[in-house]
Design a protein around this ligand. Structure first.
Ligand code: NAD
Ligand code: AHE
Ligand code: ZN
Length: 375
C-alpha cells in the first residue's frame, strides 16, 4: 500500500537569521530506499545555529534543520530491509552505505553515496519530502529532525534497542558520539598520554569522557568560561585552564610547560580558528596530534608556521568522531546501558517543540550543555 502524506508540526527556518517558525508541514511518504521516522526527541547543536545564522556555505532556505534526533520508524519505502516499522532509531547525518569507496576504504567514516544531494538539501533522488505554505522545504544534513516526522535515506538511520529512551539516544546522533569518537576512534588516545581539550561544551566534555576511557594521563580542559571547570572535572578532566587569565604567555606556552614539552593529543571543540592554531602548537614536538572538531564560519582559515608540521606535529580532523553510525552506534548504546558511557549528565535543559527558539537562546548561554527538545 502506498503511504499517506502526514501533516505535522515542524520548526521551519524560512530565512537566514530569522527565528524558527513552528507550523504545520506536510511530510510525504518515503520512496524506495527511504524511511519515515516519527521523531520523539531532538537535541539542538551549534551546527544548527551555525547554518541558521547564514554562515554555512552549504546553508539554503527554507529548510527543516536538526540533526541530533531519535524516534520510531513509521513507514518504509520499497526495498528497505535494514529497519522496519516500529524500530527505535537514531538519525545519522554521516550515513553508512557499506559499498562506496569511502565505506570500503576502512580509513574513514565518511560515506560518499548521498553526500552531494545531502549537501543540496534534497533526498537522493533530487526531490524534497517536505511542503509548507505551498512550497517545497529543503532537508538538512540528511536528517531534518526538527519535525515530528522526517524522511531519511535508509543508510542514514540505525536501529537501537528501545531500552535507551529517545531523549538520551538522540544525543548519540551528534554531540556525544562526535567527541567520544574523536578521542577513542580518531586520535586513539593511548594510556598515560597527555590530552588538552579546548572548549568544554557537549563535544569537549565527550572528548574528555573518551580520554578517560582510554586511560589518558593529564586531561587538561581549556575554556574561557570558569563555570566549565566543574563540568570538565565531572567528565574526568584532571586540570582546568582559563586562557584569558594567563599573564605574559600564550595558552600553547602554558600547556607545553604543564606537560614537559607539549601534549600528545589536543582537540579543538570551539570552532575558533585561533584556538585551532593554539591547539596544534600546544602539541609535543615529534608526535603530538591535534584534532579539529569545531566548525568554523565561511571564509575562516587556519594557519601556523609549516615548521610546526615539519617538526612532527600532526593536524587532522573528523566528522561524527570518525564513528560509523550503523556499525558502531549500537555499541555505544550498550556502553550507556552498562553504565560505561555518560549521556544523562549532558542534559541541562528541556523544551517542547513550540519553544525551540528558546533552546537556541539557551545554547548561546554558558550554562547549557545540551537542550533536548520534546517533539
Ligand atoms: P559549546 O558552545 O557547547 O561549547 C564550546 C565551548 O567552547 C564553550 O564552553 C565555550 O565557553 C568554549 N570556548 C569558546 N571560545 C573559546 C576559546 N577561545 N578558548 C577556549 N574555549 C572557548 O559547543 P559544542 O556543542 O560542544 O560544539 C563545539 C563545536 O563543535 C562547534 O563548533 C560545533 O559546530 C562543532 N561540532 C562539530 C562536529 C563534527 O562532527 N566535526 C559535531 C558536533 C559539533
Ligand atoms: N556545511 C559546512 C560544514 C559543516 C560540517 O563540517 N559538518 C560536520 C558535522 S557538524 C555536526 O554538528 C560534518 O559532518 N562534516 C562532514 C561533511 O561531509 O559535511 C561547510 O562549512 O560547508
Ligand atoms: Zn551537531
Amino acid at each position: 500500500t502506498v503511504g499517506q502524506t502526514i501533516t505535522c508540526k515542524a520548526a521551519v527556518a524560512w530565512g537566514a537569521g530569522e527565528p524558527l517558525s513552528v507550523e504545520d508541514i506536510e511530510v510525504l511518504p518515503p520512496r524506495a530506499g527511504e524511511v519515515r521516522i516519527q521523531i520523539h526527541h531532538t537535541g539542538v547543536c551549534h551546527t544548527d545555529a551555525y547554518t541558521l545564522s547564514g554562515k554555512d556555505p552549504e546553508g539554503a532556505f527554507p529548510v527543516v534543520l536538526g540533526h541530533e534526533g531519535a524516534g520510531v520508524v513509521e513507514s518504509v519505502g520499497e526495498g528497505v530491509t535494514s529497519v522496519k516499522v516500529g524500530d527505535y532509531v537514531v538519525a545519522l547525518y554521516t550515513p553508512e552505505c557499506r559499498e562506496c569507496k569511502f565505506c570500503k576504504s576502512g580509513k574513514t567514516n565518511l560515506c560518499g553515496k548521498i553526500r552531494a544531494t545531502q549537501g543540496k538539501g534534497v533526498m537522493p533522488d533530487g526531490t524534497s519530502r517536505f511542503r509548507a505554505r505551498g512550497k517545497d522545504l529543503l532537508h538538512f544534513m540528511g536528517t531534518s529532525t526538527f519535525s515530528q516526522y522526517t524522511v531519511v535515506a535508509d543508510i542514514s538511520v540505525v536501529a537501537v534497542t528501545p531500552k535507551i529512551s529517545t531523549d538520551r539516544s538522540c544525543l548519540l546522533g551528534c554531540g556525544i558520539t562526535t567527541g567520544y569518537g574523536a578521542a577513542v576512534v580518531t586520535a586513539k588516545v593511548e594510556e598515560g598520554s597527555n590530552v588538552a581539550v579546548f572548549g568544554a561544551g557537549c563535544v569537549g566534555l565527550s572528548v574528555m569522557q573518551g580520554a578517560v576511557k582510554n586511560k589518558a594521563g593529564m586531561i587538561i580542559a581549556v575554556d574561557v568560561n570558569d563555570g566549565k571547570e566543574a563540568w570538565a572535572r565531572k567528565f574526568g578532566a584532571t586540570h582546568f585552564v582559563n586562557p584569558t587569565k594567563l599573564s605574559g604567555k600564550t595558552i600553547q606556552e602554558h600547556l607545553i610547560e604543564m606537560t614537559d614539552g607539549g601534549c600528545d593529543y589536543t582537540f579543538d571543540c570551539t570552532g575558533n580558528v585561533g584556538v585551532m592554531r593554539a591547539a596544534l602548537e600546544a602539541c609535543h614536538k615529534g608526535w603530538g596530534e591535534s584534532i579539529v572538531i569545531g566548525v568554523a564560519a565561511a571564509g575562516q582559515e587556519i594557519s601556523t608556521r609549516p615548521f610546526q608540521l615539519v617538526t612532527g606535529r600532526v593536524w587532522k580532523g573528523c566528522a561524527f568522531g570518525g564513528i560509523k553510525g550503523r556499525t558502531q552506534l549500537p555499541g555505544l548504546v550498550d556502553d550507556y546501558l552498562n553504565g560505561e558511557l555518560k549521556v544523562d549528565e549532558f542534559i541541562t535543559h528541556r523544551e517542547p517543540l513550540s519553544n525551540i527558539n528558546t533552546a537556541f537562546e539557551q545554547m548561546k548561554q554558558g550554562d547549557c550543555v545540551r537542550c533536548v527538545v520534546d517533539m
